[in-house]
Design a protein around this ligand. Structure first.
Ligand SMILES: Cc1cc2nc3c(=O)[nH]c(=O)nc-3n(C[C@H](O)[C@H](O)[C@H](O)COP(=O)(O)OP(=O)(O)OC[C@H]3O[C@@H](n4cnc5c(N)ncnc54)[C@H](O)[C@@H]3O)c2cc1C
Length: 321
């Protein structure tokens, strides 16, 4: 039986996405127990260069102009054939719009079990999955013979899935990609917005716990004192308390500040996805069970309103007023 762990690499505009490296790190853990290899499955066009730093034993590369950008139609055709033929032990997808699209349809098409929102694995084939929006961690055994899995960030650092040594690339024949029903017409870049939160060294990020728009000024004062900017979680943006350009997470931006101060943010997987590359995450949340504490280096259960103004004052004082 094939004990290999396959990782379906996601890439966008010529760059491998962070979740792909996180998946490779998870795959390495699983491969320790299965005894198989970690194979990165790369679909693209003239995209061999993307394989350079993938921490995989081998790369299965499919090159075709119809695979240059993700479309459900073309990718399904390639992966259906690959998985049915090779029957690997596990196939990992990102818990992203692309990964969820592929994993769920392949699960139905191939009649294979799908485990969603996995955060980490152990060598004996157990998984930990973040369910109910990250409020519950469920543990289980990966079903067989082939398990399809979607993975959320948070369990591994992206660097763990990177390697200085280039893996061996095997170019695999692409099945006939005729009569595709979906093609990419155009790629629309999101608007840059006022501040690029992806480039800020310090982010004071607010969640629903900030309560209302009038309180945003408290976060702005703290951010200003620290020399950073304000960002927020989805409810804060949806209610119009902050501009869309300040959204952190799956539907917003991935950020990598030196310090990410999360005030009143629960730490749902869709939010955490955007903060895992921060150097230091500090979480302030009154709920000790909030999942944000699982990714934070430092945390406090203090009420954010008991902290924020005092902290702003202290920072100002330490900078000499
Ligand atoms: C397809 C999809 C995409 C999504 N994309 C994103 C995304 O890009 N970014 C994103 O953020 N979300 C996204 N979401 C939403 C996400 O699932 C969560 O609903 C959202 O992140 C929750 O935001 P929150 O943590 O601010 O709110 P909540 O989950 O309501 O958490 C508020 C937290 O504040 C704490 N709190 C309350 N009062 C205080 C206080 N006084 N002091 C300290 N702590 C306090 C509470 O204990 C609680 O943990 C997406 C969801 C879906 C389905």
């Amino acid at each position: 039986m094939n004990q290999d762990i396959y990782v379906v690499i996601e890439h966008l505009r010529g760059k491998v996405t962070e979740i792909s490296f996180v998946m490779l790190a998870g795959a390495r853990e699983l491969a320790k127990g299965s005894g198989g290899n970690v194979a990165a499955v790369l679909l693209g066009h003239n995209a061999q260069g993307l394989a350079g730093n993938l921490a995989a034993d081998k790369v299965l590369y499919f090159d075709h102009s119809a695979l240059a950008e993700f479309t459900s139609d073309a990718f399904q055709k390639v992966l259906t054939e690959l998985i049915s033929k090779d029957q690997p032990r596990v196939v990992l997808f990102g818990s992203t719009s692309i990964g969820t699209d592929m994993a769920s349809t392949l699960s139905i098409k191939l009649g294979l079990p799908l485990v969603s929102s996995c955060r980490s694995f152990s060598a004996d084939g157990k998984f930990v999955s973040q369910i109910c929006g990250g409020k519950i961690m469920a543990e289980g055994d990966l079903p067989g013979p082939t398990a399809l899995v979607t993975m959320v960030p948070g369990g591994y650092k992206a660097e763990q899935g990177q390697s200085a040594q280039s893996p061996a690339i095997t170019q695999v024949e692409v099945p006939a990609l005729e009569s595709l029903r979906v093609t990419l017409a155009n790629y629309i870049e999101p608007e840059a917005g006022d501040v690029d939160i992806a480039k800020e060294p310090i982010l004071v990020s607010v969640g629903r716990g900030i309560q209302n728009k009038d309180n945003i000024v408290l976060a702005e004062e703290l951010a200003q004192a620290l020399g950073g900017a304000v960002s927020g979680s989805r409810p804060v943006i949806d209610q119009g308390w902050l501009a869309t350009s300040r959204l952190v997470g799956k539907s917003g931006k991935s950020v990598k500040p030196k310090v990410y101060l999360a005030l009143g943010i629960s730490g749902a997987p869709e939010h955490v996805e955007g903060i895992t590359n921060s150097d230091t995450i500090i979480a302030i949340n009154t709920d000790p069970a909030a999942p944000i504490f699982g990714v934070a280096k430092y945390g406090s259960e203090i009420d954010l309103f008991d902290l924020i103004e005092v902290l702003t004052e202290k920072v100002k004082q330490s900078k000499g007023g």
